[in-house]
Design a protein around this ligand. Structure first.
Ligand code: UDX
Ligand code: UDX
Length: 461
């Protein structure tokens, strides 16, 4: 079977970039990305490529190449389903906020809705591909719904998790370490494999059974998050012993069995995946009564929460145990550099903690809008929207953020922060001028020489 038409439900951070690259590399396949959110689809269709809804280096160029040729963005979900031979489901699967599994389990409501809609509309055989990260055995649910509510057509369900990281999505999609396809039907697997073989060497395409593929995605994220929590736990130890966490990370990373990546101590990991997938793993383990397994992985999240609060506490303690009425400049709000995504960003939680202490925050982030920042804070529900707007200001210029600030905290590792005029920043800040480097971005000696009181994660002060 040869795929000629692809539909993708969900034009988010995963669906949008992934389908853009699939279309770029397969000019003979028509790729239609659909979403319920009309505003989002309108932005994907924006004439000015700077206005597409997701900021990712290289994405605008890929969209520019394929859009209108064989890549289309639309709100006509039924139409796209009807025409496609292969349908990716790439809708969000947030942590449940209600009922059984609240705060831990993945909410599969959108996945189920997609399955029901596909069953309702499909008049020809289709391959359904789970792109969204989902709990193990979700494919069985999807298959069950399709087979019981469909109109007599054949559905094959495959799992094909996405491993791209935000900020490097296009690079990751163009040169993936591996593509993972889980499934039972050899023909369906071969059809999806052929789509990727347009640019990925076949030895990099791994095929497994459905359940291994579904579980591997959760496990990959859990292992990555665990490395960050491991090095962050050591950062606290470094701060009291005089060891330097960067030196420790370098020394252990040279051991090829450990490897050097994902050992950067930070103010805590964020992003839409790590915490959600860890919680999901913990929930699944508990639901099978594997309490030791669940507790083991839960600790990765607890340590991450500790790291964020510890950073906020460090700011308060250093500034003479009170930040009440003091202006603190935040450099960065995104959960990592090169993205405008703020989901679960450490900055939100550090800000919230400082606002509880009545600090006045002024935030500068090169890509995140003020609307988004207020949305993130309001969602925590700890203060009224009016209070959040009174206590936190958003500015477009780092120097303005620093002006009259008692302290400055680096929350995101944007490259441009390295080359700011730190001498000038020192001049405009109140004295003594504190810097709290949550990303170990700046040179400690240089900052101290400029006269800052400089604190970095994982270094004895
Ligand atoms: C999401 C999940 O978070 C991730 O676990 C999964 O691997 C892929 O999908 P992401 O693309 O980052 O990741 O989510 P998001 O940016 O929220 O995009 C999902 C899109 O699906 C939204 O634009 C939403 O409007 C759309 N959607 C959701 C539908 O079109 N139909 C629905 O029924 C539900
Ligand atoms: C992650 C996985 O890397 C990706 O494979 C999966 O598909 C989705 O989840 P993402 O969340 O986009 O990707 O970014 P990632 O680079 O993994 O960073 C996650 C968080 O960990 C960020 O807040 C980042 O700043 C933090 N981090 C990462 C560290 O603090 N230290 C590190 O060494 C690496």
């Amino acid at each position: 079977m040869r795929v000629t038409k692809i539909a993708c439900i969900g034009a988010g951070y995963v669906g949008g970039p992934t389908m853009s690259v699939i279309a770029q590399k397969n000019p003979h396949i028509q790729v239609t990305v659909v979403d319920l959110n009309k505003a989002r689809i309108d932005s994907w269709n924006a004439h000015d490529l700077n206005e597409i809804p997701i900021y990712e280096p290289g994405l605008a160029e890929v969209v520019g190449e394929a859009r209108g040729r064989n890549l289309f963005f639309s709100t006509d979900v039924d139409g796209a389903i009807r025409e496609a031979d292969l349908i990716f489901i790439s809708v969000n699967t947030p942590t449940k906020t209600y009922g059984k599994g609240k705060g831990q389990a993945a909410d599969l409501k959108f996945i189920e809705l997609c399955a029901r809609q596909i069953a309702d509309v499909a008049q020809s055989n289709k391959i359904i591909v789970e792109k969204s990260t989902i709990p193990v055995r979700t494919a069985a649910t999807i298959k069950n719904i399709l087979d019981n509510t469909g109109q007599g057509v054949q559905f094959q369900v495959l799992s094909n998790p996405e491993f791209l990281a935000e900020g490097t999505a296009i690079q990751d999609l163009h040169h993936p370490d591996r593509i993972l396809i889980g499934g039972e039907d050899p023909e369906a697997i071969a059809a999806l494999k052929a789509v990727y073989e347009a640019w990925v060497p076949s030895e990099r395409i791994i095929t497994t059974n459905l359940w291994s593929s579904e579980l591997s995605k959760l496990v990959a994220n859990a292992f990555l998050a665990q490395r960050v929590s491991s090095i962050n736990s050591i950062s606290e130890l470094c701060e009291v012993t005089g060891a330097n966490v960067e030196e420790v990370a370098h020394a252990i990373g040279q051991d090829s069995r450990i490897g050097s990546k994902f050992l950067k101590a930070s103010v805590g990991f964020g992003g839409s995946c790590f915490q959600k997938d860890l919680l999901n793993l913990v929930y699944i383990a508990r639901s099978y009564n594997l309490h030791e397994v669940a507790n083991y992985w839960e600790q990765v999240i607890l340590l991450n929460d500790h790291q964020k609060i510890r950073f906020a506490e460090k700011i308060i303690n250093s500034m003479y145990n009170t930040v009440n009425g003091k202006k603190i400049a935040f450099m960065g709000w995104a959960f990592k550099k090169n993205t405008n995504d703020t989901r679960e960003s450490a900055a939100i939680y550090v800000a919230d903690h400082l606002l509880e202490e009545q600090a006045q925050l002024t935030v500068y982030d090169p890509k995140v809008s003020a609307i988004q920042m207020y949305k993130d804070l309001d969602a925590l529900g700890n203060r009224s929207p009016e209070e959040n707007r009174a206590l936190l200001k958003v500015v477009n210029d780092p120097m303005e953020a620093a002006k009259d600030a008692h302290g400055l905290a680096i929350l995101t590792e944007w490259d441009e922060f390295k080359s700011l005029d730190w001498m000038q920043i020192k001049t405009v800040m109140k004295k003594p001028a504190f810097i709290f480097d949550g990303r170990k971005l700046l040179d400690a000696e240089e900052m101290k020489a400029l006269g800052f009181i400089y604190y970095a994660i994982g270094e004895k002060h």
